[in-house]
Design a protein around this ligand. Structure first.
Ligand code: HEC
Ligand code: HEC
Ligand code: HEC
Length: 428
């Protein structure tokens, strides 16, 4: 994303322009702290329901740092504006949310305001959680309040001025925060509506799969593809890039196990999503799949078998595989040395030509998969891809990525391969 500087400065301008006018709305009152509720004061069934709902919201994935205690926060999240750390949402009175009333917690989840009245950054997906019913938010509250309190102070973000001033978020909210509650669609059945409620609210699927504007707010087309932590989250709408049409059942397998023989593996920021869904009730995941499957309405029909056979013929070592063009010989050499042991004809992996990331408009996910490898999701523990980027030079990695695009797709070459590779190697 080479234009990040322009993006940032346009955003800064907009925020400054709006800040003056909206300063009046910026103020939110502090809600008095309460004595930490006794875990025994919540009924068991509510706590259990809260556990299941929190799992749909991926609260643990975001609010637990590597080697940290559950819900104690401080996981760094990279955004186009800088790094933000997730907060401590254990019931510790001083550093967590132990002193938060139910009302304060609801306000955070629906309005993005903390107990003291500060606006919260939408890296916390409250623009989705605002769709969640109060009784469900209360169940999550009960669950969190029965967790082990941990003393851990949250680190500050490194956003530049004036984005580091929380009051400027009132402008963002006035422009982009849609607090309309979830409305069921009466022309669809109960399963679809339950799936829509979970996906649009707690599941916040659109947070990654929908494009964002310069101010980091979701824009149209809904589910038209977006970015998350440097990865490309492919479109789930009619413009999806999948080489085999997704059926509802295939979606269920992918969403629970993180792998499907026709589609490949969930990688990058999709991994914690499927790890959470792996633990859920199948009925709920079927509901999500029922909803997600309809997002694709209007897609171009695919001749499934023809595409599949053509993809298999491109696999490395296939008898009918085409020769490598001279300009990609360097990349092919790296592929042969580092990748072909797994990614070859009948090698046990899904044909590369069938994997969505190779067909994406940007090389980002492929570059990240090579650099950092793929941690297998809970439901597909036997499969993983090692981090291989450090075993090759920058030039070799660039040649490899260009080779992959040319060899396994008939799409236009990627632009920006050099900068994507350089950024990944710098840890970006
Ligand atoms: C995509 C990552 C992400 C997910 C998923 C997420 N959060 Fe957060 N959350 C954040 C970030 C980042 C902040 C800090 C925002 C800020 O500092 O402005 C935050 C802040 C909060 C706060 C405010 C706490 C405080 O002390 O100010 C609460 C409460 C909260 N999250 C609860 C939840 C719950 C409950 C869930 C699951 C239903 C959840 N979060 C899921 C990223 C996330
Ligand atoms: C934190 C960001 C994030 C969230 C939240 C998220 N996804 Fe994803 N998703 C991704 C990324 C990144 C990929 C690409 C993974 C890869 O390259 O293997 C992906 C891939 C997928 C795919 C495969 C698409 C294809 O054509 O190959 C499906 C289906 C999917 N996600 C559905 C969902 C659903 C349903 C939800 C909500 C329950 C969801 N995602 C939530 C980031 C996210
Ligand atoms: C030890 C085996 C192994 C090696 C070596 C390996 N991979 Fe993979 N790779 C996998 C597995 C397993 C997957 C998951 C999908 C599947 O099952 O096919 C995968 C998935 C991928 C994907 C899809 C990523 C996504 O976004 O979902 C790409 C692209 C890829 N590999 C490229 C490469 C390249 C390039 C190399 C060489 C630098 C390489 N792989 C080396 C095992 C391997």
């Amino acid at each position: 994303m080479g234009s990040s500087r322009t993006v940032l400065w346009t955003a800064v301008g907009l925020v400054l322009a709006g800040a003056a006018g909206f300063a009046l709305f910026a103020h939110q009152s502090e809600l008095a702290p309460i004595a930490v509720p006794a875990p025994g004061s919540f009924d068991k069934a509510t706590v259990e329901r809260g556990r299941v709902l929190a799992n749909f919201g991926d609260c643990t994935a975001c609010h637990t740092r590597e080697d940290g205690l559950p819900f104690a926060g401080n996981l760094p999240l990279k955004t186009p504006f800088g790094t933000i750390y997730t907060t401590n949402i254990t019931p510790d009175a001083d550093t967590g949310i132990g002193g938060w009333s139910k009302v304060a917690f609801r306000r955070a989840m629906k309005d993005g305001v903390d107990r003291k009245g500060n606006h919260l950054y939408p890296a916390f997906p409250y623009d989705h959680f605002t769709k969640v019913k109060d009784e469900d938010i209360d169940a999550i509250y009960a669950y969190l309040m029965t967790q082990v309190p941990v003393k851990e102070t949250t680190k500050g973000n490194d956003f530049p001025f004036p984005l580091n001033i929380r009051a400027t978020l009132s402008v963002w909210k006035a422009l982009f925060l849609d607090k309309t509650p979830f409305k069921p669609n009466p022309s669809k059945d109960a399963e679809w509506n339950e799936g829509a409620y979970l996906a649009e609210g707690l599941g916040h699927c659109a947070a990654c799969h929908t494009p964002r504007n310069m101010m980091g707010a979701r824009t149209t087309p809904a589910y038209g593809g977006g970015f998350a932590e440097g990865w490309y989250a492919p479109p789930l709408n009619k413009d999806n890039l999948s080489q085999q049409p997704w059926t509802k059942n295939e979606l269920v397998v992918y969403l629970m196990d993180g792998w499907h023989a026709k589609h490949g593996m969930a990688a990058g920021p999709m991994t914690p999503v499927v790890d959470a869904l792996h633990k859920q009730n199948e009925i709920d995941v079927f509901a999500i799949a029922a909803y997600v499957a309809t997002l694709r309405e209007g897609e171009k029909p695919i001749n499934e078998d023809a595409v599949r056979n053509a993809a298999l013929r491109l696999d490395w070592g296939h008898l009918e595989a085409p020769p490598v063009a001279k300009e990609f010989a360097e990349g092919a050499k790296v592929f042969e040395a580092r990748c072909a042991q797994c990614h070859r004809s009948n090698g046990g992996t899904v044909a590369l030509a069938l994997q969505t990331s190779i067909h994406a408009p940007v090389p980002d996910s492929v570059v990240h998969a090579i650099w950092g490898g793929i941690r297998p999701p809970t439901g597909a523990l036997g499969r993983s891809m090692p981090a291989l980027g450090s075993q090759m030079s920058e030039a070799e990695m660039i040649a490899l990525v260009k080779f992959l695009r040319a060899r396994f797709t008939s799409r236009a070459p990627w632009s920006g391969v050099e900068s994507a590779v350089r950024d990944a190697r710098k840890g970006g």
